[in-house]
Design a protein around this ligand. Structure first.
Ligand code: SF4
Length: 381
């Protein structure tokens, strides 16, 4: 039996960062009690989908650190109640924003069983944080991380490169500050221009200055170099950790393990080819779940993946990990013909040192990682 995970989506933020396309609305109008009722009712209705007791819990969003104390306690007690009592999680992560971190909140999270905190820092340069409308400044992020470090031994921070006004020097400063603070885990993402986000509109209007693609590649290379020199290993394209601090919950997404996602816009996977996605519709979600009517049809939209899609998904997720794809597992799932097709597609990349086979695993090399998307597309042809 594969271990499984539980994800809870909190769909509120204090204000919207201009690059963000995650599903979240304004917290000023949030009815926390109604939301907690709905989340717990959905969990009650769908807990049979969990193939085993979950051993990872991830509360993401949105901004879970915004939840009011009483509502948070009720949510956590309700989760324990529905999955059969309080337990020690292999990993229990909560996403937090720097401006929400206080000693009191840390005590609340610890009491709930949280053992990993993930903070959206993005940059340690105030002008960059301002440009993307983050609510915190660099000083707030640094102070909050020091508060967290007193209580938690597994802290992750997010950084972003490609931000408006960012330069090689300012990126060097942000990465240097992150290394100095020394969290156990660092995720680093390139700024994406998602359709309809204010930052995409501003870019199209030429209102903001962004680093070029070449400069972004250099930022990424310098990040990888410096983090490796500081004891982090890159276990996934965008994720670096100290030994033993790879994210268990997120790794399972990439490894195709089952997980149940609760909340508006949350996704679930049964580990065998069936995906379920809750619509990004808060009103509909609250209407459907705030009173417990288990007779209703499912809120989620279900999709069963065909073999081609399963192959694509496996390559898309596993090739992003440094451990790559096990060729024997690939053959066991999809047959020898598909394995031969994969190896045929990989031949040119292997010849050019972009892809390697080590211990029966197909994986990207350091050079290959730089053009990962192109290679993964080539492998799935
Ligand atoms: S705090 Fe996070 S989820 Fe909320 S708008 Fe900003 S990036 Fe999006």
């Amino acid at each position: 039996m594969k271990s499984c995970g539980l994800y809870i989506h909190i769909p509120f933020c204090r204000s919207k960062c201009i690059y963000c396309d995650f599903f979240s609305g304004g917290a000023s109008a949030a009815d926390w009690d109604l939301l907690v009722d709905a989340l717990l009712n959905e969990l009650e209705e769908r807990k049979h989908e969990l193939k085993d007791l979950p051993d990872t819990l991830y509360i993401g969003g949105g901004t879970p650190s915004l939840i009011q104390v009483d509502a948070f306690r009720r949510l956590i007690d309700g989760i324990y109640d529905k999955i059969g009592g309080r337990k020690q999680w292999n990993e229990f992560t909560i996403e937090v924003n720097p401006d929400d971190v206080t000693e009191e909140k840390c005590a609340l999270w610890l009491e709930a069983g949280v053992n990993r905190v993930s903070m959206g820092v993005q940059s340690f340069v105030d002008s960059e944080l301002n440009a993307i409308r983050r609510r915190h400044n660099a000083d707030c992020a640094e102070k909050s991380l020091h508060v967290l470090k007193k209580h938690f031994h597994n802290i992750s921070i997010d950084l972003m490169f490609g931000l408006p006004g960012q330069t090689a020097d300012s990126w060097y400063e942000s990465v240097g500050k992150a290394i100095e603070i020394n969290p156990e885990h660092i995720s680093a993402y390139s700024l994406m221009f998602e359709d309809g986000t204010p930052i995409s509109v501003m870019k199209n209007l030429g209102r903001l200055f962004f680093p070029s693609d070449d400069e972004c590649v250099e930022m990424w290379k310098s990040l990888s170099r410096r983090l490796k020199m500081s004891g982090y290993s890159q276990y996934e394209i965008s994720n670096y950790s100290k030994p033993g601090y790879e994210s268990v919950h997120n790794s399972r997404y990439w490894l195709g393990f089952p997980y149940l996602g609760i909340g508006p816009s949350a996704h679930s996977y049964d580990g065998g080819g069936v995906r379920r996605a809750n619509p990004s519709d808060l009103k509909g979600y609250l209407r459907r779940f705030s009173s417990n009517n288990v007779e209703c049809s499912p809120f989620y939209i279900e999709e069963t993946l065909e073999t081609e899609e399963l192959i694509e998904e496996m390559l898309l997720t596993r090739m992003r990990m440094r451990s790559g794809v096990s060729l024997s597992e690939f053959e066991m799932r999809f047959g020898i013909k598909e394995k031969e097709r994969l190896l045929g597609n990989a031949r040119e990349y292997i010849r050019n040192d972009m892809v390697a086979i080590d211990n029966g695993r197909l994986r990207l090399t350091d050079d290959g990682i730089m053009i990962a998307d192109e290679i993964i597309l080539g492998l799935t042809m």
